[in-house]
Design a binder for this molecule. Sequence first.
Ligand SMILES: Nc1ncnc2c1ncn2[C@@H]1O[C@H](COP(=O)(O)OP(=O)(O)OP(=O)(O)O)[C@@H](O)[C@H]1O
Length: 290
Amino acid sequence: MIKINIQKRLVMAGGEALLKVDTEISRESFVALYGRSGAGKTTLLRILAGLLEPEKGIIEVDGRCWLNTDRKIRLPVQQRQIGFVFQDFALFPHMTVRENLRYALKPEKDPGLVSRMLAMVDLEQLADRKPAMLSGGQRQRVALIRALMRKPGILLLDEPFSSLDAEMRQELQDQISALHRQFNLTTLLVSHDMAEIYRIADRVIWLDEGKVLRSGPPDALFGNVRLSSKIRLTGKVLRVAKSGVVSIVEVAAGNTVIKVVVTAGEAEELHPGDTVGIFSKAFNPVIRKI
Ligand SMILES: Nc1ncnc2c1ncn2[C@@H]1O[C@H](COP(=O)(O)OP(=O)(O)OP(=O)(O)O)[C@@H](O)[C@H]1O
C-alpha cells in the first residue's frame, strides 16, 4: 500500500493553488493521473519520486516512511525503488541501446537481464544502435526497460506516449500492460487521454487545480454505466450506417475495424470521431461513448 498525504503550493500563471492530495494506492494497481494541463499531475509524480519536496506531507510505502515533513524524514531518490519514464525519455545519446541499459543496471546484478529485457520488447536487433538511429516508439521502449533495470516496485510514467502516432501508442500501451503484470509493478501514469486510460488503467485519480476531483475505476468515472465486461476495447467511430431497423457502427480499434450493431436510438448518440468503449455483455458487444 502506498499512502500519500501531501500539500504543496503551486505557482500558476494566474496565481497560486494548493496541491492537496490524500489518497491510498494498492500494490500492483495501474493508476492513471488524469486532469487538465496544470492540475498538478507531474508535480505529484515528482513528489512521490523524491525529486520535489512538498511543504507538508507524509508518504508511506508498505509501512515504510519515505517522507514525513514534521519528523524531517526524507528518503533520497536512489533509495525509493522507483522507475521513472519522462516524455522526453532522456537516453544518453553517445551510448548504444545496450550501453544505456547496462549503465542503469547495478554492477552486481544479473548481467543477462539486459538481453532478456531487450527480447521482451523486440529490440534485440537494435541493441548496438545509438538512440538517434531509433524511431520515437523504439526510444520510448528503451526508456521503459531502462526504468525497469533495477527492478523497481513502482513505475512512474509521465505522458510517455505523447510523441507517438496512434499505432505505436497502442503497441507501447500493450507492452507496458504486459510488463506491469509480469513485474508485479504498481504503475502511475500521467495521461490526458481517456481512451488510453480506459485501455490500461484500473483506477483513475482525476486532479483539478491541485485537488482530487474524483477517483475510481475508469468506466465508473468516464462511462455512464458500469458493465460486467469480458472484452474491453476502446476506439474511434469511423461511420454510423443505417441498416434496416438497426444501425451498424464501425469503430477503429488499433489495426482492426470492429462493427457493432446498435439500435436507432443508440446510433443517434454516436458520431464519427467519438471515442467509444466496446464491452461484451451476455456475449453481445455493447458500445458506449466515453
Ligand atoms: N516546483 C514547483 N513549485 C511551484 N509550482 C510549480 C512547481 N512546478 C510546477 N509548478 C506549477 O504547478 C502547476 C502544475 O504543474 P504540473 O506540471 O504538475 O501540471 P500537470 O497537471 O502535470 O500539467 P501538464 O498536463 O501540462 O503536464 C503549474 O502551473 C506549474 O507552473
